[in-house]
Design a protein around this ligand. Sequence first.
Ligand SMILES: CC(C)(COP(=O)(O)OP(=O)(O)OC[C@H]1O[C@@H](n2cnc3c(N)ncnc32)[C@H](O)[C@@H]1OP(=O)(O)O)[C@@H](O)C(=O)NCCC(=O)NCCS
Length: 175
Amino acid sequence: MIVKKKSAESYTVMNELVLPNDTNTLGNLMGGRLMYWMDICAGMAAQKHCNRIVVTASVDNVSFKQPIKLGDSVMIEGKVTRAFNTSVEVRLDVWAQNLPAGTKIKSNEAYFTFVALESNGQPVPVPELVPESEKEVALYDGALRRRQLRLILGGKMEPADAHELKALFMASQED
Ligand SMILES: CC(C)(COP(=O)(O)OP(=O)(O)OC[C@H]1O[C@@H](n2cnc3c(N)ncnc32)[C@H](O)[C@@H]1OP(=O)(O)O)[C@@H](O)C(=O)NCCC(=O)NCCS
């Protein structure tokens, strides 16, 4: 069994065209529809890394910076940034493209956490992720702090145990 994998091995890209049934009454893509597509893209990236059935455990804060319009193409790129024991963090970058105009703008970024499951529904260990580029190392390092924050918010960790997250705040106070 392969126990170490690269981030690139989970790279997933998904394209969708915004059609009338995807929009609100202003003709903008509905946030819930975008989240649905993001969950699918992130889930595929997590499955590529884990080679297991995965379930969404949590989604970090997502803000929609600007509307995506009817007729735009949405491109979602996802890859695993870090693997823990039975869970992985997936980063998504979402772009809105106006294909006739040839424009492309960043819509948002998000982090999803997936847990790999055995056929009996029990969490199962996942392969380790080895970051390669400088950017991958930065995402890998940050993943530990993001994990601590989401576990505190999810009621799964005591704030006092989030040492790396606390160190970040202490460092910024010293600046
Ligand atoms: C996700 C789920 C499997 C976790 O089960 P659990 O009993 O809490 O399991 P554990 O406490 O053993 O945790 C398993 C992993 O989940 C992670 N986890 C649990 N809750 C989490 C949360 N809110 N955010 C991020 N990770 C979380 C743990 O950190 C652990 O990861 P690790 O092994 O890498 O450290 C379970 O809550 C579940 O099945 N949820 C429903 C998933 C689902 O149906 N998603 C679709 C939404 S409808």
